[in-house]
Design a protein around this ligand. Structure first.
Ligand code: ADP
Ligand code: MG
Length: 230
């Protein structure tokens, strides 16, 4: 469960500041895909960055369970993020020289698993790849994978630490409708099976049936309460 309570985020903009997130309150329950939609520039990615504890808001609270991420130091936020949050960025940010399996191992190393447990970590990486439907692609580098497969590797990487919160930014924006629908179905299945509180940003609503709830933002503000898609 992640709850944003009266969150405001501004950025410097010339001589003044632009308000990217404007007094937003929303709750994303565990095991639910909460969609965030709205026009380009409406603050969706900013909202996700706050929920992912990548950016501390100017004001408000970001409750991850019973921890207020908005009150943490950068160092503490990093530790929280590593333990509890799995972010899937809009661009997959995969390292070109690494195989799918090694993309996941890098995260495990950063997470402190170390060399001693390398075999166990490798086994876990392969289990994660199988979970996203890439059991037979573990040895391939990003350039050898399709856009949809790269997105799956990013999702597997985000799941590596067993997060309770899963912020996902525009996962279908570079995919055709069929591949997009497959990725949406995958995110929904993983959310329901693993019980993650998933926040999924999407600006087009062709896939809205896959969402369990939907929040619309315009100019940084929530313009309607979360509702079940039709
Ligand atoms: P969306 O994801 O809905 O397209 P963003 O969250 O990217 O919207 O942007 C919301 C607003 O915040 C825009 O006006 C954008 O220009 C501004 N913004 C976003 N990130 C930054 C940044 N790092 N520095 C300055 N302004 C930013
Ligand atoms: Mg965006």
């Amino acid at each position: 469960m992640i709850t944003l309570d009266d969150v405001t985020l501004t950025f410097p903009d010339g001589d003044s500041r632009v308000t990217a997130v404007d007094h937003v309150s929303l709750a994303a329950p565990a095991g639910v895909v909460t969609g965030i939609t709205g026009p380009s520039g409406s603050g969706k990615s900013s909202l996700l960055a706050v929920a992912g504890t990548l950016i501390r808001p100017d004001s408000g609270h970001v409750w991850v369970g019973d921890v207020d991420a908005a009150a943490l130091s950068a160092h503490e936020a990093t530790a929280l993020r590593r333990e509890r949050i799995g972010i899937v960025f809009q661009q997959s940010n995969l390292l070109p020289s690494l195989t799918a399996r090694d993309q996941l191992l890098v995260m495990a190393e950063l997470g402190g698993d170390g060399r001693r447990r390398r075999a166990a970590v490798r086994e876990r990486a392969d289990a994660l790849l199988a979970e996203v439907g890439l059991a037979d692609q573990a040895h391939k580098r990003p350039a050898q994978l399709s856009g949809g497969q790269r997105q799956r590797v990013s999702i597997a990487r985000a799941l590596g630490t067993g997060p309770s919160v899963l912020p996902v930014d525009e996962p279908t924006s570079a995919l055709d409708q069929e591949r997009g629908a497959e990725i949406m179905d995958l995110v929904a299945r993983l959310t329901h099976e693993r019980g993650t509180a998933t926040l999924l940003v999407t600006h087009d609503l062709v896939h809205r049936d896959t969402l369990d709830a939907l929040v619309t933002v315009v100019d940084g503000r929530v313009v309607e309460p979360a509702l079940r898609p039709a």
